[in-house]
Design a protein around this ligand. Structure first.
Ligand code: AMP
Ligand code: MG
Length: 492
């Protein structure tokens, strides 16, 4: 069955990479209903929003029927999960519907998560439930609004089915948009099988898609590795700039595109704590806030291993040396990106050697006094404008802050811009509203009980994160103490 609406699919993955996926069909949902459609995104993709909201749209957004031109498939991939290698993961509860070219000429995947079992499901049921689907919707859209590369949420739909998780929960499907779903784990799948020809085909496909200027160059594979490295170095710095903890940085959850992907057990810190971990299964803090750069580098080492044969088929040692050199550059590149992010947060547009230490010094005081990360950085523009009252109110002990503010004022005096111009720039770098964990939980609990209003209000707050608005104060505050320590769960 096909729907009437035509979607201009152009499915390069299905066309160019036979053998890298399994064609699949989704489950037919008993009562599919589109709960929320991201109309702006749908329009950017050239999709017909009315058709998406019609019954046929609900059917294809849950995977039951495929629109004309779709070639639904489950992608093969492997991955290191918490350091242990699984040679076969793959889309176990998801399918790639197809690709479209958006209004800006960029190729985008339309992908359904929760659409039913596939040959990669292993023991899983192939389903998703409403809470996690809405969490991915909110956090992904918030990240986009914060200017951080991410997959996007096109729609959240319910299937009308009840799915067993923590008791029965509403079955749901997320329609997700990404610049591709190529992961480090996609490379690992073919490398682990020793399929060098396919690995080369995959790398050339990835290059054509994400780094087309490298296509055809003799050194394209090492140059490609360096591009992936640079994108991750920047991405993780951007995460850290908003207090984001991804929570499950397995190699199958690291996208070659440099977009944030897979919002499972992710969370945002309230009080600044470099050791912050939220995931119930991350007992050793592998994916803690401050460990994210080291893990990104670890994951890149796994990608580098896959590329040895391609970088130099005749001389493995030389290939390893070249890749190691590129990998070893990661910490410095990440550090430069981190400093760029925090300079902007401090309202420094010129560059001085001590800037990194200045930012670190503030973070140290914040950690010692458990100061709310988002509020403190936002309040800093007040200090630049000459009123540090809001900032000071966030610190228990003003003495270390005063010392730091004196250093900061001296550094600020070296800036060419006026304080007001600097403060305005800071207010575009330091959000007021992030998806606070307790607000996300509140929205998901209400949605499970049939009330979407808290979700809509939260989404409205976090998708315009830089602009203080009346009536939105509740979204700018950390969790009340009775919310307790926050724990998130994988595989939901
Ligand atoms: P994730 O933790 O969502 O990144 O998923 C890791 C792997 O487990 C992927 O191969 C998923 O497709 C698979 N998976 C997660 N949940 C399910 C499920 N309910 N049914 C089948 N496969 C799943
Ligand atoms: Mg995943």
């Amino acid at each position: 069955m096909t729907v009437r609406t035509r979607i201009a699919f152009d499915n390069s993955y299905a066309r160019d990479l036979a053998g890298f996926y399994v064609p699949v069909t989704g489950d037919t949902a008993p009562a599919p209903r589109v709960l929320r459609l991201n109309r702006r995104l749908a329009e950017d993709l050239g999709l017909d929003t009315e058709a998406l909201e019609a019954p046929e749209g609900a059917s294809w957004l849950t995977g039951g029927t495929a629109p004309e031109g779709a070639e639904p498939l489950a992608m093969a991939y492997a991955g290191h999960q918490f350091g242990g290698f699984s040679p076969q993961l793959g889309d176990g509860r998801a399918l790639l519907l197809g690709e479209v070219i958006d209004r800006d000429g960029h190729r985008r995947d339309i992908h359904l998560k929760g659409s039913g079992p596939t040959p990669f499901s292993r023991r899983g049921d192939g389903k998703a439930v409403l809470g996690p689907v809405l969490r991915e919707y909110i956090v992904g859209e918030a990240m986009h609004a914060l200017g951080i590369p991410t997959t996007r949420a096109l729609a959240a739909s319910v299937t009308g089915e009840q799915v067993m998780r923590n008791g029965l929960e509403p079955g749901a499907v997320l329609a997700r948009v990404a610049s591709s779903h190529l992961r480090v784990g996609t490379f690992q799948f073919f490398a682990a099988r020793g399929e060098t020809d396919r690995l080369e085909q995959l790398a050339d496909y990835a290059i054509a898609r994400h780094d087309p200027d490298l296509s055809g160059r003799d050194d394209r594979y090492i140059a490609f590795f360096a591009r992936v490295r640079d994108r991750q170095a920047r991405l993780v710095a951007q995460w850290m700039g908003v207090g984001f903890v991804h929570g499950v940085m397995n190699t199958d959850n690291m996208a070659i595109s440099g977009e944030t992907i897979d919002y499972g057990p992710c969370a945002f810190i309230d009080a600044y704590d470099p050791k912050a971990v939220f995931s119930s299964i991350d007992q050793f803090g592998r994916y803690a806030y401050a460990n994210q750069p080291a893990i990104a580098q670890w994951n890149l080492a796994r990608l580098a291993e896959c590329l040895i044969e391609l970088v130099n088929p005749d001389d493995g040692d030389a290939a390893i040396a070249t890749l190691t050199e590129a990998l070893d550059a990661f910490p410095a590149i990440h550090r430069a990106e981190w400093t760029r992010v925090f300079r902007a947060k401090l309202g420094l547009s010129s560059e001085r050697d001590g800037d990194e230490a200045l930012a670190e010094a503030l973070l140290e005081i914040m950690a010692a006094q458990e100061v709310d990360f988002t509020r403190a950085f936002r309040a800093l523009s007040g200090a630049v404008r000459g009123d540090d009252g809001h900032l000071r109110a966030l610190f228990r002990d003003a003495a270390p802050l005063d010392d730091w503010l004196a250093r900061y004022a001296a550094r600020g005096a070296e800036e060419a811009e006026t304080p007001e111009v600097r403060a305005e720039a800071m207010d575009r770098a330091n959000p007021v509203y992030i998806p606070r964990n307790h607000k996300v939980e509140e929205a998901l609990a209400a949605a499970n009980a049939g009330d979407m209003e808290p979700f809509d209000r939260l989404l409205a707050a976090v998708t315009a994160p830089f602009e203080t608005r009346p009536g939105q104060d509740a979204y700018a505050l950390p969790a009340p103490t009775d919310f307790g320590p926050y724990t998130t769960y994988c595989g939901t």
